[in-house]
Every structure is written in C-alpha cells, then in structure tokens.
Design a protein around this ligand. Structure first.
Ligand SMILES: Cc1cc2nc3c(=O)[nH]c(=O)nc-3n(C[C@H](O)[C@H](O)[C@H](O)COP(=O)(O)OP(=O)(O)OC[C@H]3O[C@@H](n4cnc5c(N)ncnc54)[C@H](O)[C@@H]3O)c2cc1C
Length: 398
C-alpha cells in the first residue's frame, strides 16, 4: 500500500485547486463554510459550472458524459472541494439513479434521463423508505399493479430528501405479493407531476424543510418507466446502495467542520482565556482530531485497495460508523463551546446577508441546527446499528 500521491496525482490536485480558485462562486463557498442553507438555485448554479468543466458525473463512464476518475482522483476531489467550501452534489440523480440506469436501464431510458441529469433539467429524489419500512426495507408496501400499458401506484414514501425540489422520483414498489418479500419488488421511475402525487413537508428538529412524505393515489406510470425486469428491483436497489454508501464517511467535510470548531473555540473566552487553551476542552478537540486522522488513513487504505482492483466490503460500513460518529462529536463540541448561546435561535442569522445584531459570535447561528440536523448521519444510508451488524458478521465472523 502506497499512501503517497504520484506525480500525476499531484498534478491533478493542482488542476483541481486552480479550477476551484477560478470557478467556485464566493457566495456559495461562504454559505458552505459558514454552514448556511443552500437554495435550489445555489446547487443548480454549481452543477452547471461542474458540468461545463466535465466534472459533474464522477461515477459515470465517459461514453455517457462521465469523467471516470480513479478512486484516488475522487478522493482528491472530495478533500479539495470540501476544503474550498464547494457544495457536495445532491446525489439522487447523478450518483444514485444514474448508475442504475446505466447498468440496468433500456437504451431509451439512458438516452432520455442521463443528459437531463447532466444538464440539471431533472432533479431526482429517492423513494425507498416508508413508514414501517426503513432498515427492513424489503417489507415495503407501496403497491404497483399492472393495467395495460401502465402501472397503477398506491402507497406512501417517507423521509424523501429534497423531494420538494424534485420533478422525478425513483421508487421501490411491490409488484408481487405472492413471493418472498425481496422477490416481489420493482424499480420504477416516476414523474412527480403525475396526477395523484402529493408531497408534504416534514420539518425537522433544526427547523428546516429538508425531508418530505410523498403520497401516491392511483398514480399512472407508463410501463416503459420500469427499470430492468419486473420483480427484480431488489437487485437494482442493492446495487444503488453501494453507491449511496460511498463517501458517507465525509472525511473532507469533517476536516472543514473541525477547522470551524477550532476557530469558534479560539474566539470563545472562558475564565479570561480563549476556550481552545482550556486543558479539558483542547483535549477533547485533540481526541476527535486523532480519530479523524485515523479515519482518514483508513479511508486511504480502502481507496488504495480499490485502486488495486479490490472491492470495498464491510470496511465501508466501518468507515460509515466512524466517520459519522466523528462528525457528530465535532458538532457536539461546537455546541458545548457556545454554552448558553447554543440555546436561543434567531432564524434570520442563518442568512449571509443578515445585517442585524448577532446574539453572540456571528458564526454561532448554524451550530445548534447543525447539531440537530446531523443526528440524521447515523440513521440514513443504513443506520449505524445495521452497519455494526454487517461488521460483526463480515469482519468479526459473529
Ligand atoms: C434526514 C433523513 C433523510 C432521509 N432521506 C431519505 C430519502 O431521501 N429517501 C429514502 O428512501 N429514505 C430516506 N431516509 C430514511 C432512512 O433510510 C431510514 O430512516 C433508515 O433506513 C432507518 O429506517 P427507519 O427510520 O424506519 O428506522 P427503523 O428501521 O425503524 O430503526 C429504528 C432503530 O432500530 C435500529 N434497528 C433496526 N433494525 C435493526 C437491527 N436489525 N439490528 C439492530 N438495530 C436495528 C435502527 O438502527 C434504529 O436505531 C432518510 C432518513 C433521514 C433521517
């Protein structure tokens, strides 16, 4: 295993840095670095810039407009783009449904959907989870019944991230109730403008509208929107999850969050001295920094093995658990650094152009919402308990 970059990889890193220096809009970077909310327009503006550079679809083969970076190049991109404050791409179109369409879709589906994902014309969301079907996804109940050239879909999806912006949803639906749960599921592409679809917001603890419930009432979906074979959706769903879980460790984002924490602790004063000089608090920061460095090295180890032709297995689960725990610890320390100022929340302070008085340090506003919002990290993409089950079976042989 070689953890040093080659000359070509260093040259690639320089190219990435030059691109980010020149093309990343300052207002978007300021929002990302300050943990402020990004609008749909912010995401779309950055996507357009990436697409013009040919760097939007990093998982796709070149023949479909992808860039097909090596694992090391993707890692360099993740590290550098997080450090510069570039938004992470909303994954549902480019990193989730697209690889499924490329591998299992019809030629017509590829021709129709892939260019629209690249251009940003379609915004996708993920319709997997249902009330009662999360970790145990195979128990999903949303029903699709074939009726001539259409499926008639009835049921409910939940926790649909950014579904309020989406015009397309990929759904797991039950097409057969007579067989084992996993064998009666199909993968459908559904236009969100179809009559019978209702999207209702779920407001989370941080006060934000990020997730939704999506209801389907006699929704007519053309048969040509089925991906692959009827009743084989579980295979495609699992293939998609391998893409969902890559990158969940968020090493680059944690590095940026740690930097933010250190700045916060430098400005906060405790007993007449900066909090960062407090022995107990600085030890806590050091502890999480060491954990982050160790997770970063594990990440590189996995990347080196993938680069050498290996497949990430239970190691991705391990990294997901460690990476998300680290991010939550950093959020927790930031909240502690603020002390009583973590409690009051002035929503206007979340806007970068807010020109009123700040309750405390002006970088404090997003700390508590971040703390609440990132509770999600150990739940989605396969909860940490489920990942631990995988580790215990595959690595520890329990
Ligand atoms: C912010 C957010 C965004 C999301 N976005 C989307 C989205 O866009 N699309 C989508 O389809 N879904 C989305 N999800 C849903 C997410 O995938 C599920 O929440 C997740 O799979 C857990 O399912 P559940 O919420 O039903 O919890 P449950 O499965 O009911 O789990 C409850 C608790 O029991 C534990 N548990 C369950 N089974 C086991 C077991 N076998 N062993 C040990 N512990 C177990 C879990 O770890 C958890 O702690 C999102 C969730 C959140 C919180």
């Amino acid at each position: 295993m070689n953890l040093n970059y080659t000359a070509e990889e260093l040259a690639f890193r320089d190219e990435v840095r030059a691109f980010l220096d020149e093309k990343l809009p300052a207002d978007i970077a300021a929002k990302v670095k300050g943990f402020r909310r990004l609008s749909k327009e912010d995401h779309q503006r950055w996507q357009k810039i990436l697409n013009e550079q040919g760097w939007y679809a990093t998982h796709w083969p070149e023949e479909y407009g992808g860039v097909n970076w090596s694992p090391v190049q993707k890692h360099i991109w993740d590290e550098e783009s997080s450090r510069y404050g570039a938004p992470r791409s909303v994954p549902f179109g480019v990193n989730m449904v697209a690889p499924v369409i490329i591998k299992f879709g019809t030629e017509e589906q590829k021709q129709r959907y892939l260019p629209r994902i690249l251009s940003g014309e379609d915004w996708w969301c993920q319709g997997y989870s249902e009330p009662g079907a999360g970790s145990d996804l195979a128990s999903l109940k949303t029903r699709a019944v074939r009726d001539g050239d259409h499926y008639i879909v009835n049921g409910q999806k939940t926790w649909t991230t950014l579904g309020q912006h989406a015009n397309m949803i990929f759904c797991l639906v039950r097409t057969n109730t007579e067989v084992k749960a996993q064998e009666g599921i199909s993968f459908l592409l559904i236009d969100m403008d179809t009559p019978g679809i209702t999207v209702r917001p779920i407001i989370t603890l941080d006060g934000e509208h990020e997730v939704n419930e999506v209801f389907f009432e006699d929704v007519k979906v053309p048969v040509e929107n089925l991906v692959g074979e009827e009743d084989k959706g579980w295979t495609y769903a699992k293939y998609l999850l391998t893409y969902e879980r890559t990158g969940l460790a968020g090493i680059g984002i944690s590095k940026a969050a740690l930097q933010h924490l250190k700045e916060l602790a430098t400005r906060r004063i405790k007993n007449g001295r900066p909090l960062i000089e407090d022995a107990s608090f600085s030890q806590r920061i050091a502890r999480v920094e060491i954990d982050l460095m160790a997770a970063g090295i594990s990440n590189l180890r996995i990347i080196a093995s993938v680069e050498g032709g290996g497949m990430p297995g239970a190691e991705s689960s391990m990294l997901k658990v460690r990476g998300t725990e680290i991010r939550q610890t950093i959020n927790d320390l930031a909240r502690r650094a603020l002390g009583p100022y973590a409690i009051p929340f002035v929503e206007e302070e979340m806007d970068l152009d807010y020109d009123g008085d700040f309750l405390s340090d002006e970088n404090a506003a997003p700390v508590t919402p971040q703390y609440f919002n990132n509770r999600k990290l150990s739940i989605f993409g396969g909860s940490n308990e489920i990942q631990k089950n995988i580790v215990s079976k595959m690595i520890l042989g329990l």
